[in-house]
Design a protein around this ligand. Structure first.
Ligand SMILES: [Fe+2]
Ligand SMILES: [Fe+2]
Length: 278
C-alpha cells in the first residue's frame, strides 16, 4: 500500500509540507523494498535515510516553532526525540535480526501519518500569519549543498546500479539533497555506463560493486582511458574491498546499506571546487 500526501495534510508551511512529502516518498520505498531480491540492503538503506532526513526535518520544524513562540514546543520536541530513539532501535534490531524486525516496519507508516495528520496539526494554526518567522525557514532542500561553488542543481551524475529498488532509493536521497532527477543518468550494466561516460556529460559517477560487468573493473577501465571525474564505489565488501577500490582509482567508497548523510558528505567532499559541465 502506498501513502499519498494531499492538501488535507498541509501544515500551512510550504517547506515543511515538502519535507513531509519527501518522508512519505521514503516510507513508500520501504514498502516496496520488502520482498526485493536485496531486501536487507534496500530496507536498511531506507531506514538510514528516514533517520537522516527526519533529523533534518525535525530541526527545521523546531527552529520554526521556537521562532514563533509555540507554547507546546517542549512536548512536540519530545515526540520527535521519541521517534528518533525508536527508529534507531528498529534499525539496530533490523541489522541484527532481519526476519524478526520485519513486522515492526509497519510502525513507520503509522508514525508518519500520525506525525503529519495529528501531531504537526497542533502548530498549524499557531504558525499561520507569522510571516517574519516563516521567512526565516527557507525552502532549502533537506540537506543543503555545501556552498555556491558546488550548486548541485547543475550536477550531472551517473548512477551505475542494477537493483532497481536501490537505484530509486539512491535517486530519492540525491533529490533530497538538491540534485535534479533529470540530471541523474541511471544504468544497469557496464556497457551502458561506458557509453554514458564517453558522452563527456558526466560530472561524477556512483558505481555499484556488484553490478553486471563489475564496478571495480569499470573504474579501472575508465581511469586507464584517462577519465579524471570523481568516482565512488558502493560496496558491501568491507575494508579489503575499499582498499582495492582505491588501488584502481576510486576517489571514495560508500558502504551498503547506504546512509543518506554519508552519501551527501561524500558528494560534498568530491564536488568542492569541481567545475560542473552545466
Ligand atoms: Fe513534521
Ligand atoms: Fe513534528
Amino acid at each position: 500500500m502506498s501513502l499519498h500526501w494531499n492538501e488535507m495534510m498541509s501544515v500551512g508551511v510550504p517547506s515543511l509540507d515538502a519535507d513531509h512529502r519527501f518522508l512519505i516518498t521514503l516510507i513508500n520505498h520501504l514498502n516496496r523494498a520488502i520482498g526485493d531480491v536485496e531486501e536487507y540492503l534496500a530496507v536498511a538503506s531506507v531506514l538510514r535515510g528516514v533517520e537522516d532526513y527526519a533529523a533534518v526535518h525535525f530541526a527545521r520544524e523546531e527552529r520554526l516553532m521556537l521562532a514563533c513562540g509555540f507554547p507546546q514546543f517542549a512536548r512536540h520536541r519530545q515526540t520527535h526525540q521519541g521517534f528518533i530513539t525508536s527508529l534507531a532501535a528498529l534499525r539496530h534490531r533490523y541489522d541484527q535480526d532481519r526476519a524478526g524486525a520485519r513486522d515492526s516496519l509497519g510502525f513507520l507508516n503509522r508514525w508518519l501519518i500520525d506525525h503529519i495528520c495529528s501531531s504537526d496539526m497542533g502548530y498549524r494554526s499557531w504558525l499561520v500569519l507569522q510571516d517574519a518567522a516563516l521567512a526565516a525557514v527557507g525552502p532549502e532542500p533537506l540537506f543543503a549543498p555545501p556552498g555556491p561553488e558546488a550548486d548541485w542543481r547543475q550536477l550531472t551524475l551517473l548512477l551505475a546500479e542494477d537493483n532497481l529498488t536501490l537505484r530509486e532509493i539512491l535517486l530519492t536521497f540525491l533529490q533530497g539533497a538538491g540534485v535534479r532527477g533529470d540530471r541523474v543518468m541511471m544504468v544497469a550494466h557496464a556497457d551502458a555506463a561506458r557509453r554514458a561516460l564517453a558522452s563527456g556529460r558526466v560530472d561524477l559517477m556512483l558505481c555499484d560493486d556488484d553490478f553486471e560487468g563489475g564496478g571495480l573493473a569499470l573504474i579501472e577501465h575508465s581511469r586507464r582511458a584517462g577519465l579524471a571525474l570523481p568516482m565512488v564505489l558502493l560496496t558491501t565488501g568491507g575494508p579489503d574491498r575499499r582498499t582495492a577500490a582505491r588501488a584502481v582509482g576510486a576517489d571514495a567508497t560508500l558502504d551498503k546499506p547506504v546512509s543518506a548523510a554519508a552519501l551527501v558528505a561524500t558528494l560534498a567532499a568530491l564536488t568542492a571546487g569541481l567545475s560542473l559541465r552545466g
